[in-house]
Design a protein around this ligand. Structure first.
Ligand SMILES: CC(C)(COP(=O)(O)OP(=O)(O)OC[C@H]1O[C@@H](n2cnc3c(N)ncnc32)[C@H](O)[C@@H]1OP(=O)(O)O)[C@@H](O)C(=O)NCCC(=O)NCCS
Length: 176
């Protein structure tokens, strides 16, 4: 596939593959914004600056192990967002036999939202997943991230699982 494509909705933006020799600090800045956003919704999440490097190391490892790619959105030489898609994730035995594709991260930086950039990152990620023969694309989203649910639904996703959490600290033990 061509490494770059010009967006129709926002002509100054390119979608291209992450280049590890040049793009790490831009990717890191995007991740810090993503984690800051998610932490504003779930304050118990780890601090963005503390978790950025270990988390991105995990992302690169996941890409190596699950046929993943990172695509960047760039405008005027600046990275304004990224998506990470894993093309071949093995399901657990009770959830099917076919590998599925998984969006592990997506962000468009605040000043660039609402112009179709997120949609174009998804288009590229979906095309990449299809090239690997994936039949399903999944993503996990915080329940409190409601605007992003609307974004995914607008892109053809439907609700699938809901993950529940309970705090097991002393205060919550033994309460009905
Ligand atoms: C979710 C996100 C990537 C969307 O990027 P974007 O560039 O603003 O989205 P687009 O402009 O491409 O919108 C695509 C479609 O989604 C809809 N959409 C996007 N954000 C929406 C919102 N907050 N509420 C309702 N609909 C929304 C748009 O209306 C558009 O619909 P259309 O196809 O009918 O026109 C961006 O808002 C973001 O980075 N959010 C914070 C980080 C985050 O939540 N990441 C996902 C973690 S799983």
């Amino acid at each position: 596939m061509d490494a770059r494509s010009v967006l129709r909705a926002y002509p100054m933006v390119l979608i291209r593959q992450y280049d590890p020799t040049a793009d790490y600090s831009a990717l890191r800045a995007c991740f810090v914004e993503l984690q800051t956003w998610e932490q504003s919704l779930e304050p118990g999440l780890p601090a963005p600056e503390e978790v950025a490097d270990p988390y991105l190391a995990e992302v690169f490892r996941n890409c190596a192990e699950n046929s993943g790619r990172i695509f960047l959105a760039e405008t005027d030489g600046a990275v304004v967002g990224f998506i990470c898609v894993l093309a071949k994730v093995l399901p657990s035995a009770d959830d099917g036999i076919e590998p599925y594709a998984y969006i592990s991260d997506l962000i468009v930086r605040g000043a660039h939202r609402g112009r179709g950039v997120g949609r174009e990152l998804m288009v590229r990620a979906e095309a990449f997943a299809r090239e690997f023969g994936a039949k399903q694309l999944k993503v996990g989203v915080l329940v409190r991230n409601e605007g992003t649910h609307a974004f995914y639904r607008a892109g053809g996703f439907r609700d699938y699982t809901v993950q529940l959490v309970k705090l097991l600290d002393a205060a919550s033990c033994g309460t009905a």
